[in-house]
Ligand binder design. Sequence first.
Ligand code: SAM
Length: 275
Amino acid sequence: MNYRHAYHAGNHGDVLKHAVLAASIERLHEKPTPVFMLDTHAGIGTYDLSGVEAGKTEEWRQGIGPVLAARPPALSAYCTHVESFNRSGELTCYPGSPAIAAAMMRAGDRLVLSELHPDDAETLRHWAYDKSGVAVHQRDAYESIKAFLPPREGRGLVIVDPPYEVTDEYDRLAKAIVAGHRRWPGGRWMIWHPVKDRAPVWRLMDALMAGGVEKMLAAELLIRPADGVSLAGSGLILVNPPFGLENWLAEALPQLQAVLAPQHGSHALRWLGTS
Ligand SMILES: C[S@@+](CC[C@H](N)C(=O)[O-])C[C@H]1O[C@@H](n2cnc3c(N)ncnc32)[C@H](O)[C@@H]1O
């Protein structure tokens, strides 16, 4: 078993991405027609916060821990999802993107999970075996974008959450998303990125715009001022965000910042391509 990502489980970046994921699905569910979801870098499903890896860093103590304790109003539905994985009341299980998406699925919805690492894909398969409508593929994210888009449902969301461990990740991302967007212009995407050096993120945004991707909302939550080197926070690029998500983010981002980084944090929300 490979639990290397458990070191960071439930940190501020996870809380931002998973709360936005839950809010997006909630809004997609305002229409009754089935929703397709592709999670391109799926991980292992859920993370044990009482395990050795999470225990070494305890990043969740500066993330989901205080958020559950403060329960900001805009994050209330997300908090309820996390609590549903921790019925004893003690926080030990942190739901990753596949777990949030699977928990919210309705009959007829479909979730495809793509995970390249063989051990992680195996763990994910075990986790997903009893979940109807959920398929696990041990496959490269960028191949999955080619293989599964456009989906027959016509409506849905692609969740892109790479580890950013390889130097050409941003370039690969840009090419894959531009190509995927051409095949499925109405598809909705959420692309998570860390905020350290901003240059590669700006290049990604420029490449998406140059590739014809329009309607992109950028959301950001910083825990400390960005110095260009260390991890200051994270952001999401939301392509074709569901109706109502912008208003939700305008409430949720300041509430999250007030809990996670009241002194030195900041947040931002803007449409790309507009000044
Ligand atoms: C940050 S973790 C994903 C966490 C997950 N999205 C969540 O929110 O619970 C990134 C995952 O991507 C996987 N991965 C790395 N490169 C990949 C690739 N090219 N294709 C698919 N998965 C990849 C890693 O093995 C890791 O499990």
